[in-house]
Design a protein around this ligand. Sequence first.
Ligand SMILES: CCCCCCCC/C=C\CCCCCCCC(=O)N[C@@H](CCCCN)C(=O)O
Ligand SMILES: [Zn+2]
Ligand SMILES: [Zn+2]
Length: 529
Amino acid sequence: MIGQRRVRLWTFRSKLWPDWRGLGRDMAGRCVSGRALIAALLILLATVSGSTGPSSREIWGASRIPSQFSEEERVAIKEALKGAIQIPTVSFSHEESNTTALAEFGEYMRKVFPTVFHSSLIRHEVVGTYSHLLTVQGSDPSLQPYMLMAHFDVVPAPEEGWDVPPFSGLERDGFIHGRGTLDNKNSVMAILQALELLLIRNYSPRRSFFIALGHDEEVSGIKGAQKISALLQARGVRLAFLVDEGSFIMEDFLPNLKKPFAMISVAEKGALDLMLQVNMTPGHSSAPPKETSIGILSAAVSRLEQTPMPNMFGSGPLKQTLKLLSREFSFPTNILFGNLWLFQPIVSRLMERNHITNALVRTTTALTIFNAGVKVNVIPPLAQATINFRIHPSQTVREVLELVKNIVADDRVQLHVLRSFEPLPVSPSDATAIGYQLLQQTIQSVFPEVNIVVPGICIANTDSRHYANLTNGIYLFNPVFLQPQGFSSIHGINEKISVRNYENQVKFIFELIQNADTYKEPVPHLHEL
Ligand SMILES: CCCCCCCC/C=C\CCCCCCCC(=O)N[C@@H](CCCCN)C(=O)O
Ligand SMILES: [Zn+2]
Ligand SMILES: [Zn+2]
């Protein structure tokens, strides 16, 4: 019966507005004609007068669908993730990826989420050959759309060191194991799974939203996310906010803080891949010169490693993070974090002590590739090293390059920029920031054991930077509990997610989508009017 009413509603709508992007405001958030208002009133009248028209829930999405899943659904939820892990969608390099697996993943999504891919509310497009864009049409065009993002390519996973084969998707001791269980097939599958479960329950959203699933995030997102972003920009889309991977519900990351806290990253570090090169005249190793290309380059990279970039603790969102966290600590940390005006020098030093918190306070320097030498008795002509810098939100690529030149201080060492991008601007996290507020509310309702939600910095990079032209509300958050060991497993070995964590991720998105429909803008105070 509800299904029949839905068909009638959509027939009615499409007759009134052949352009399905609708009334009042289109997907680009622009206002259109007043006929929309009249039409909406007509629908409302038909409903109130008890005609056979659509129910009020279908129009306004007013009543909530509880996020409770049957035993059968819970089994299907975890089995779907296991199947996704078994497809080895590896991005090896900018040039090489497992394209067979990428295509297979697209087929797999269609198979396990039939309701999503057959819904008349959803338009599905394949972009850049393997990435996917889903446009979910809401009933209220006055609400600006938002976007949920994730990626399904993974970094390589050689089998050595893993407790179970990385592409087995095996369940053991309550965990699903394998490459991509945290980064980031969990999000791809959870988003589609939540939507599938909502649609099965006859859900029809008020607020339109996009789902962007990238296939090359691990090698920069240029073929996937960047193309989706260009497509949406050409369509004039503006997003209220977007949510991507990049942060978690943190457990045991800070000494003396046992309780978990949710960190929504509102800033993302930039990056600079820099190649250092030294050329020298080759010759016989029996009569070596005083310095070789290897020696000169080694000294330069060693200087860079031994000279950390400046500590930027005072600027960026970290002060606010610690201030908000201060009440979760006992004496004396609560006093230190709560009074940064006085204790900033001490706290900034404390942050440097651990390699993860150190990454929050400065641009980091990681020596990742070193190549030199051709034969044991030949003085090497060429030595090359590649360094990966992650740029603090308060610095620029140019500033980092200048610092590098000064530290290297040797004209024989050439610097070649391979790739670079600036840090993302900081997204708002105040009471009027819809994306932040929605995430915070949803965290509080789905995870009552999490006392505190804080804005933070993402130390890695995500596809979200490609969408900075569409929104100033970029929020990085995975609704999953993470410990330092779990952090090391991302791009490392034994990546895994607990079944409970994954179920909660589905539940979170199920709730978030509904919350986005009912979100009320805060009423400004009188003095602000
Ligand atoms: C006071 C708060 C302390 C909390 C410490 C936070 C620790 C950080 C925890 C989690 C961060 C995980 C980030 C996961 C996202 C990984 C995304 C990724 O791998 N991106 C790649 C993209 C490569 C693009 C090509 N250049 C990357 O960054 O390398
Ligand atoms: Zn990722
Ligand atoms: Zn990754």
